[in-house]
Design a protein around this ligand. Structure first.
Ligand SMILES: CC(C)(COP(=O)(O)OP(=O)(O)OC[C@H]1O[C@@H](n2cnc3c(N)ncnc32)[C@H](O)[C@@H]1OP(=O)(O)O)[C@@H](O)C(=O)NCCC(=O)NCCS
Length: 182
């Protein structure tokens, strides 16, 4: 097995390599290539968001094998406004302030099950100043869901349908720092 290092990337570094990131995104999610083209447009815009933070997993030959990024969640953002409406008032008040939305986290399928996803997640969590980390993930027994549970993420709401996607999602949250998931 080759060694993999985790790098902190600025928004500019991410934007330069966004096509490589989208290559990983479509493979990890089993989406058509075209989904990556569309997603690249919004991903570039996300680099302007306050609190943007990104980590990249780089193999020893320089190949990008995984990435994760997010930013401070704020009213007016698509995900924030939908999630706020989906949560009961107390849960929204408790979780949606001082919170980082983990927007994307993906590892190339051939490099999964080597601890890279967990290293990306914990490196991001360790490097941000927020009190809470939030995310949405397909509501099923997936590798991603299990990883978030191991890291202490709890349910904010389950079986939520985002507009334009027929799959139910779980919205999960964790207080930072993350629990030790080992
Ligand atoms: C979710 C995802 C980012 C996790 O990345 P990963 O690198 O596979 O994560 P890890 O290696 O840290 O953990 C995955 C599994 O490998 C196991 N594992 C970790 N290191 C291992 C090792 N050295 N040897 C064997 N197994 C190992 C973990 O225990 C875990 O097992 P589980 O699936 O039975 O729970 C990745 O699987 C992915 O890209 N999935 C598709 C896209 C996706 O769902 N992204 C998240 C959207 S919200």
């Amino acid at each position: 097995m080759t060694a993999t290092r985790i790098e902190a990337w600025t928004g500019q570094q991410f934007a330069v390599r966004v096509q490589e990131c989208m290559h990983i995104y479509v493979r990890a999610m089993h989406y058509p290539e075209s989904a990556g083209v569309h997603r690249a447009v919004s991903a570039r815009k996300h680099t302007d968001h306050e609190g943007f933070a990104c980590r990249a997993a780089i193999a020893d030959d320089g190949t990008l094998v995984g990435f994760g990024y997010g930013y401070t969640t704020r009213p007016g953002q698509w995900w924030h406004d939908l999630v706020r409406r989906a949560l009961d008032r107390d849960t929204a008040r408790d979780w949606l302030h001082d919170a980082f939305e983990l927007s994307e986290l993906h590892v190339l399928p051939s490099r999964q099950r080597q601890g890279i996803g967990q290293r990306l997640l914990t490196s991001l969590a360790d490097g941000i100043p927020h009190a809470n980390m939030l995310l949405s993930t397909p509501d099923a027994d997936t590798r991603a869901f299990r990883m978030y549970r191991r890291q202490g993420f709890v349910d904010l709401t389950r079986n939520y349908l985002f507009p334009g996607d027929s799959r139910p999602f779980a919205v999960l949250g964790a207080r930072l720092p993350l629990a030790d998931g080992d």
